[in-house]
Design a protein around this ligand. Structure first.
Ligand code: PAF
Length: 285
């Protein structure tokens, strides 16, 4: 998958990224940042393509950020596939890969954490305590390191996108946040690096999550009460073979206030366990 582009250069140090970006800035080029944890799939590549429509150069970061994983989560197991990732980045014309070490990002004595109240609470914030503080802190660092004009994030992690929009507004960060629609497999399953954990049987069950959201959204739009539509979706998800549902809720699309009626643009958000894999998805209503 190397396409027609050369492999992008790789920076491991903050100083190297800054030097590259400074060179681009000297010639008046605009810069986008696409933060990722690697194991790149077409969802990530869509972020890069979108970033390159919004800016002249795209820095892609790959950093499996330890501070956003809980003690019993998959930090150690998270797929690390840098060579394959680099070839994929070449295929979409990414300008630079920034792949720092943990010691570069969190040197001895690192003591700062960013917490975004409100939007970080509930949903994934309830089942993953500390997760969004880890995300907000690492994204703040990446934005400070690269100082991009725009940064692109997937709507697949919808609560994360809302947390980051709040963060840059609250801290007056001079960056435009681009939310990019979820890329799906032909059967509707949202692309995720964690789909790699699914067995063949689980992979066959997984699209039921998206189908349940789509059915609930259609039912709500057709006038079914929100609680009844969510109950039907819960039954469908568990009936399809998911082991448990962490949450399934209707929230305001902007700001994530809980909703009992569709009285403004809304989003159904879900996290559910399929075997040992936790899948998330969301859909506009
Ligand atoms: O969405 C992700 O992959 C991560 O949460 C991010 C934004 C790269 C921060 O580590």
């Amino acid at each position: 998958m190397t396409g027609s582009h050369a492999l992008p250069p790789v920076a491991r140090r903050v100083s190297e990224v800054r030097a590259r970006v400074a060179e681009w800035r000297k010639t008046g080029l605009s810069v986008a940042l696409v933060p990722t944890m690697g194991a790149l799939h077409d969802g990530h590549l869509t972020l890069v393509r979108t970033a390159l429509k919004a800016a002249d150069r795209a820095v892609v970061s790959i950093f499996v950020n330890p501070t956003q994983f809980g003690p019993n989560e998959d930090f150690a197991a998270y797929p690390r596939t840098e060579d394959a990732d680099l070839a994929k980045l070449a295929s979409v014309g990414a300008s630079l890969l920034f792949a720092p070490t943990v010691a570069e990002m969190y040197p001895q004595g690192f003591s700062t954490a960013i917490t975004v109240a409100g939007v970080s609470e509930g949903l994934c914030g309830a089942t993953r305590p500390g997760h969004f503080s880890g995300v907000a802190t690492v994204v703040t660092k990446l934005l400070q390191q690269v100082q991009p004009d725009v940064a692109a994030f997937g709507e697949k992690d919808y609560q994360q996108l809302q947390v980051l929009r709040r963060l840059v507004r609250d801290l007056d960060m001079p960056v435009a946040i681009l939310g990019v629609p979820t890329v799906r497999e032909a059967d509707g399953l949202a692309l995720s690096s964690r789909n790699a954990y699914l067995s063949a049987e689980e992979r066959a069950v997984a699209p039921a999550l998206q189908r349940a959201l789509a059915d609930a959204a259609a039912a709500m739009t057709g006038g079914m009460p929100v609680a009844a539509a969510l109950d039907a979706a819960r039954a469908a998800i568990l009936g399809a073979g998911f082991a448990a549902i962490d949450y399934l809720e209707l929230r305001a699309a902007d700001g994530l206030a809980p909703l009992t009626e569709v009285d403004r643009p809304a989003r159904i958000l879900v996290a559910a366990r399929l075997g040992r894999t936790r899948l998330i998805d969301n859909l506009a209503v």
